[in-house]
Write a protein that binds this ligand. Structure first.
Ligand SMILES: Cc1cc2nc3c(=O)[nH]c(=O)nc-3n(C[C@H](O)[C@H](O)[C@H](O)COP(=O)(O)OP(=O)(O)OC[C@H]3O[C@@H](n4cnc5c(N)ncnc54)[C@H](O)[C@@H]3O)c2cc1C
Length: 463
């Protein structure tokens, strides 16, 4: 039976930041990752520009680098965006760790392009947005781009290898080995490993597994909201005055009819739309590259719903909506915005007539109103109307909508301030713990756990 000081489950940013920190102090670390190594993460749908074929382990969300590996690499440097860590960390510590994460990404090769620093122009946009009941949430943002992000990950991997971190790919954690009240190791289909500490950082791809572990160990969980919506694809010029300054304009709108929170999310200037396999459903996402640009910008418009008693399964609810779109097309649906609001299906001919070209050819022309509940459609239509005043052309009838885009967040685990569970030396970090939703906060959560372990081991390492 192999022994390590610390076993980390998941090689996403939470797991990798924990590993880097621990290994820098000579700690013997094993990372178990259910997906493949970075260079072997190949998505057949993206490669062949075809519909998703539902691989047993999705290369987009699993493997070295985690869910963020093929992401646009937008590192949002804000406490308000990307998670709930401000509920756990003191403000000054949070600021310090945000800076640390920024510096680490730059050290590993992220291009030093920080958006969101021109406060004068940003204030102007913010005032203009207010006129249409839109709230702009300004944030500093480090943009890597998908291709540069992969180079950064490759450099992180090299650094971990130099520090003798063991990484076992295609080896999922199946179970934990628990002593009286403390963790003792991890079981996989291939082996059983022992360690004094275990960090669970399995991301959203591991949310079912985390649920199983929490149930078994009696760790309490709390549901997070579900986000349901569409991905909009528009000519890049329309949002250029915003994307040039902010890269990702984060805008919030409260709908008049339902008082729902509707927001822009994951804006990809000059990017491409991609399918995303989440468990057994196909949803939508977007990327943009540093070296290859399309003529379009894509962004999600999402409605957040927090269900109240007695319903507590938002993930199944969101999946059921996405499943309807999958049922109709065996893929994701593409529709012209004008067709959606005139209540008719888009056809390949109508799509071809648009002055812009869709960037994802695997989507099937259809009618999203058969899948999206009225409430969400209404919320999205209202926000688009308001946005069209701020950025004329964003709601043009020839623009495309893809759907359904659904964002599930793992249930939030009951954790101490240092992210330890009620089981001694068993920690949880990142999106899988339901406490983060983005690269920077996920990375910080891994860092926090690593620092706690180093402190317990009496390391004289500066905290
Ligand atoms: C397409 C896409 C684009 C995104 N774009 C951005 C962006 O631009 N900016 C941003 O801030 N955020 C973005 N995000 C979100 C961001 O990627 C996540 O918030 C972040 O990766 C979470 O980090 P994590 O380490 O907690 O989990 P993950 O990155 O999900 O990593 C968890 C890893 O654990 C592995 N795993 C799961 N279960 C097990 C198991 N049982 N045993 C072993 N391994 C397991 C998974 O395979 C995965 O590799 C994007 C997400 C996606 C999917």
């Amino acid at each position: 039976m192999e022994k390590f000081d610390v076993i980390i489950i998941g090689a996403g940013p939470a797991g990798l930041f924990a590993a880097m920190e621990l290994a820098s102090q000579g700690v013997n670390v094993l990372i178990l990752e259910k997906g493949s190594d970075l260079t072997k993460r190949i998505c057949p749908a993206v490669e062949k520009r075809k519909a998703c074929i539902k691989c047993p382990v999705c290369s987009i969300t699993s493997g070295f680098g985690g869910a963020g590996a093929f992401s646009d690499g937008k590192i949002t440097l804000s406490k308000r965006i990307g998670g709930y860590l401000s509920e756990y960390l003191e403000e000054s510590i949070f600021e310090k760790y945000l800076k640390y994460v920024e510096e680490k990404f730059l050290e590993f090769g992220a291009p030093p392009r920080i958006f969101g620093t021109d406060t004068e122009k940003i204030e102007k946009i913010r005032y203009e947005a207010q006129k249409y009941h839109l709230e702009l949430v300004p944030s500093r943002l480090l943009h890597m781009g998908t291709d540069k992000g992969l180079e950064v990950l490759s450099n992180i991997k090299e650094s971990l290898m130099e520090k003798k971190v063991s990484i076992h790919f295609n080896e999922p954690a199946l179970d934990l080995v628990i002593g009286k009240s403390h963790v003792m190791g991890v079981k996989t289909p291939k082996n059983e490993y022992r360690s004094k500490y275990v960090i669970m950082a399995p991301g959203r791809a591991g949310s079912e597994w985390t649920k199983y572990i929490c149930k078994k160990l009696g760790i309490k969980t709390y549901t997070n909201p579900v986000d349901v919506g569409i991905r909009l694809e528009i000519p890049a010029e329309i949002l250029r005055p915003f994307t040039d300054i902010l890269y990702e304009p984060k805008i919030i709108y409260y709908s008049r009819n339902f008082d729902d929170r509707v927001r822009t999310f994951c804006v990809n200037p000059y990017g491409v739309v991609v399918p995303e396999l989440v468990d057994d459903i196909i949803s939508v996402n977007g990327h943009s590259y540093t070296y290859h640009h399309s003529e379009n910008t894509n962004l999600a418009i999402l409605v957040s719903t927090s269900f109240t008693e007695p319903f507590n399964d938002p993930v199944t609810y969101g999946k059921s909506i996405a499943r309807l779109a999958n049922l109709l097309t065996d893929s994701i649906i593409i529709q012209r915005l004008g067709d959606l609001f005139q209540g008719r299906r888009s056809t390949p001919e109508r799509i071809n007539r648009s002055p812009i070209k869709p960037t994802y050819e695997g989507a099937v022309p259809g009618d999203l109103s058969f899948a999206l509940p009225y409430r969400y459609l209404q919320d999205i239509a209202e926000m688009l109307k308001a946005l069209d005043k701020l950025a004329p052309g964003i709601a043009a009838p020839y623009n495309f909508v893809y759907g359904v885009e659904v964002k599930f967040y793992s249930a939030r685990l009951e954790l101490r301030k240092n992210f330890e569970t009620k089981i001694e030396n068993l920690f949880a970090a990142g999106d899988g713990a339901g406490i983060t939703r983005g690269l920077s906060q996920a990375s910080i959560s891994g860092l926090v756990v690593a620092k706690e372990i180093l402190k317990r081991e009496g390391s004289d390492y500066e905290n």
